[in-house]
Design a binder for this molecule. Structure first.
Ligand code: XIL
Length: 351
């Protein structure tokens, strides 16, 4: 039996999925969808990669297939080949697909650098969201609407990341994006997605507080933000701020805002070289993060940013001084299950 078949009853990725509260320390009584980011080239070229996704995942998200630099080769063209290919794979294998990402500062095609002024920027934002979310209306249960809106090192007065969107529209670009996405697909869970909000360092705390401020503002204006995505690109050397994460989730739930884990991996460049020790440390960080979330409320989904160490973005920025390969994901380069997969299975209610 495929590991993911242990999860019966379909997937409840609803805007306001109400799941039984997991008691502190226990894994949930219900099943949580688990999935992975997917690379379009490997999906076609690597049968073992496809088999691993089918074996373990109920959910997929394109790693790059729905970003502007793939979807928008020019101002007047929309290219859905990659997104449609992954959606077809998901449909064929009884999986759901979520969307990533509508509005981000990065992966923007060159032509967008000529967009100037509030009205042209709002027009570009609206046209993109209307067309892309409209194309997948009713087919994608969840979207990352806004990705990485918080400044790298936020302060009280300066907490949003400069971008084409902020510079030309001001902070209302965030409201506008959520409202356009809700109009384009009222059934979709609409997510604001952020990284480096999980750990004990002062910067993570400041980023968490800034994100909470953004969400509170949005909810005060009745903007349709349904959930916060913990990207979960955990720095392995940093402790999870379990209390801080739990109180953050509690504040969100008090505003009727759910959480999900959207891009989980553990950046292991500063962890021990020994693979057994490293894998255990990685599993421990993820256990701490998921427990801190589940102690308040189960996430509506858990996704890793890839399923095998064979295909990971981590070495793009975090190579190890000892030259050994990174091991950030649930399966090793030969698709062998690691402790991290067992942690996910436990919290996803599959073991
Ligand atoms: C990354 C991809 O994994 C890389 O392949 C690509 O070159 C750059 O983008 N946060 C995000 C993701 O929201 O979209 C990023 O994905 C990783 C950081």
């Amino acid at each position: 039996m495929r590991r993911r078949d242990l999860m019966k009853g379909g997937l409840a990725i609803a805007a306001q999925a109400v799941l039984p509260m997991a008691s502190a320390g226990a894994a949930p009584q219900t099943k949580i969808p688990y999935g992975s980011a997917v690379r379009g080239d490997a999906l076609v070229d690597d049968p073992d990669y496809r088999a691993a996704l089918i074996e373990h995942c109920n959910l997929v998200v394109p790693e790059g297939g729905l970003k502007w630099d793939t979807v928008r080769p020019s101002e007047d063209r929309f290219e859905f080949y990659e997104g449609d290919k992954l959606l077809a794979f998901a449909d064929q294998n009884d999986m759901k697909m979520r969307g990533h990402t509508l509005i981000w500062y990065a992966s923007m095609p060159d032509w967008t650098s000529s967009i100037r002024g509030k009205s042209a920027t709002e027009k570009a934002l609206g046209k993109h969201i209307d067309t892309v979310v409209g194309h997948y209306k009713g087919k994608l249960p969840s979207w990352d609407v806004i990705n990485e809106a918080i400044a790298e090192k936020p302060t009280k007065s300066d907490y949003l990341r400069p971008s084409l969107w902020l510079d030309n529209m001001g902070k209302t670009y965030i409201d506008t994006a959520f409202r356009r996405a809700a109009a384009a697909d009222p059934s979709a869970q609409l997510v604001i997605n952020e990284y480096d909000i999980e750990c004990v360092d002062a910067r993570s705390k400041a980023r968490r507080e800034a994100l909470l401020r953004v969400v509170r503002d949005l909810r005060d204006r009745d903007a349709p933000v349904h959930a916060v995505g913990f990207q979960g690109h955990l720095k392995g050397q940093l402790e999870i701020d379990k209390e801080g994460v739990s109180s953050f989730v509690a504040e969100l739930k008090a505003m009727d805002v759910d959480v999900l884990v959207t891009e989980l991996d553990v950046i292991d460049n500063l962890l021990p070289a020994d693979e057994t020790l490293r894998d255990e440390a990685i599993a421990g960080r993820v256990t701490d993060l998921l427990q801190a979330v589940f102690d308040v409320a189960p996430p509506t989904a858990i996704l890793t940013w890839g399923i095998s160490d064979k295909y990971t973005w981590v070495p793009m920025y975090f190579t190890r001084d000892d030259g050994s390969l990174n091991r950030p994901l649930p399966l090793d380069r030969n698709y062998k299950v690691k402790p991290l997969m067992q942690v996910i299975d436990r919290f996803a209610g599959r073991s």
